[in-house]
Design a binder for this molecule. Structure first.
Ligand code: SAM
Ligand code: SF4
Length: 449
């Protein structure tokens, strides 16, 4: 069975987080610049890139099951060239080579700028690059081709924090930040392509520090980006509580383009478990940060990440997690069952909890989170705000967009199009969305216009 010698089409499948989505887009840019055309289905592609994420549970199993499907011969006896990319490829490169001999390219998240070269190399045998090169990949990537109203922009990668459950410091390397001048140029190019909102990405985005130039912190970068005409909205994720400093909180007050939303994972409401997780913050210090933030920007919407069933978590510890969810009233939260990541300190901790206990706690946590989301959405009914329209809704004439608080808003506005920033009133709330109606200009306003 052969893979195509001169591939013409490609498909990139993204398994995980937003940084993974950004990387997938950039791998697509590289392959397009190399003359390949994107196709929607892996079955129609000459090259299939599986961009894995180690944070997702059973990430490796999902990869192997996709490889199993892709290696089945097609009607003409061929199979696609298979690329294993992302954090699982980084962490388990050698194992993938052993378990899945049909994989043609194995490439880590810091080396994917070499993808076209690796594909050529793979014509004579498997090509592997899981190095963490000194020359940053961003310098070798082509212009972006994105044509959407909202785009991701990776500003920082890697992590020095070493939470005991997490594999990121091992797969994405140490914290590094891209030069602010490059980011401003990339954002300007995005705006020229019609982008109106950027979400700045990093595993620890608020640890950003301009490695060259003026040594800007994240708040300085946000202020510089806010100067770009045509860029209407700025967001950032994911932040670490330890790096949530006053200057960034001040930016939420002083930079109108910075949206009133903060994703600040706490992981657990129990300071005892936070210590075992090596989180470098306590329940109290986390709540104090939120209090400062809310005093400065009362309408800020908050979201977080939670892990249930960390080794040694007692019912009392878990109750602390439930109570912090109720106290903070998150607009949204991502809840995970603890799962072992080989090579991390927590993997070998005693008192690993059973799946049954984790399942039961996850169900209770999800119920509390969904109550909080509904309460938050209800609290916004009656607010007037702008919505950036992103996609069609289910019913004819409906469009779905994002409010400043990152709620999905469903609205029908005759004549409006995706990419428009429209003024609406929020009129109803559900756990995962709000309904809005367009602001009808008053007779006086219409006359003045
Ligand atoms: N840097 C961010 C922070 O410090 O909160 C988080 C980034 S991590 C890539 C995304 C989320 O995956 C984490 O916040 C955590 O909730 C979850 N996660 C990481 N490792 C996990 C594990 N071993 N089991 C379950 N969830 C995990
Ligand atoms: Fe993982 Fe912790 Fe680093 Fe976040 S701060 S990426 S959870 S090690």
């Amino acid at each position: 069975m052969t893979s195509p010698a001169s591939p013409k089409t490609y498909h990139v499948k993204s398994f995980g987080c937003q940084m993974n989505v950004y990387d997938s887009e950039r791998m697509g840019d590289l392959l397009s610049a190399d003359g390949l055309t994107a196709v929607d289905s892996p079955d129609a592609a000459d090259v299939v890139v599986l961009n894995t994420c180690h944070i997702r549970e059973r990430a490796a199993e999902k990869l192997y099951s996709d490889i199993g499907r892709l290696r089945q011969p097609r009607a003409d006896g061929s199979r696609p060239t298979i690329v294993a990319a992302g954090c699982v490829a980084q962490a388990e490169g050698a194992e993938i080579g052993r378990r899945a001999p049909d994989v043609d390219v194995i490439v880590g998240p810091l080396a994917y700028h070499r993808l076209p070269e690796l594909l050529k190399q793979s014509e004579t045998g498997r090509a592997v690059d899981i190095d963490m090169p000194a020359v940053p990949k961003f310098d070798s990537l082509p212009q972006r081709r994105i044509a959407q109203a909202s785009a991701f922009l990776t500003v920082q990668e890697g992590c020095d924090k070493f939470c005991t459950f997490c594999v990121v410091p091992y797969t994405r390397g140490p914290e590094t930040s891209r030069p602010a001048a490059d980011l401003i140029a990339e954002a300007q190019a995005l705006v020229a392509r019609g982008v109106r909102e950027v979400t700045l990405l990093g595993q620890n985005v608020n640890a950003y520090v301009d490695s060259l130039g003026a040594g800007l912190s994240l708040s300085g970068l946000i202020r510089a980006l806010a100067e770009i005409d045509g860029l209407e909205r700025i967001r950032y994720t994911t932040s670490h509580p330890r790096d949530m400093h006053e200057d960034l909180i001040a930016a939420h007050v002083e930079v109108p383009k910075l949206m009133p939303y903060l994703h600040l994972p706490v992981q657990s409401g129990s300071s005892r478990i936070l210590k075992a997780m090596n989180r470098a913050h306590t329940r109290e210090s986390y709540l104090a940060t939120l209090a400062t933030l809310r005093a400065a920007r009362p309408d800020i919407a908050l979201s977080g990440d939670f892990i249930v069933g960390f080794p040694g978590e007692t019912e009392a510890d878990f109750e602390d997690t439930l109570s912090i969810v109720r106290e903070v009233q998150y607009a949204a939260a991502y809840c995970f069952k603890y799962s072992i990541r080989p090579g991390t300190p927590a993997a070998t901790m005693p008192d690993q909890l059973s799946e049954a206990v984790k399942d039961e706690r996850l169900a209770r946590l999800l119920a509390a989170v969904s109550e909080g989301s509904l309460a938050f959405n209800r609290s916004t009914v009656g607010r007037r705000c702008k919505v950036l329209l992103e996609r069609p809704g289910r019913k004819p004439g409906q469009l779905i967009g994002k409010t400043p608080w990152l709620q999905s808003a469903v609205v029908s506005i005759p004549g409006a199009a995706i990419g428009d920033l429209v003024e609406v009133d929020i009129v109803d709330a559900h756990p995962n969305s709000v309904e809005a109606v367009p602001v009808v200009p008053s007779k006086q306003e219409s006359a003045a216009a």
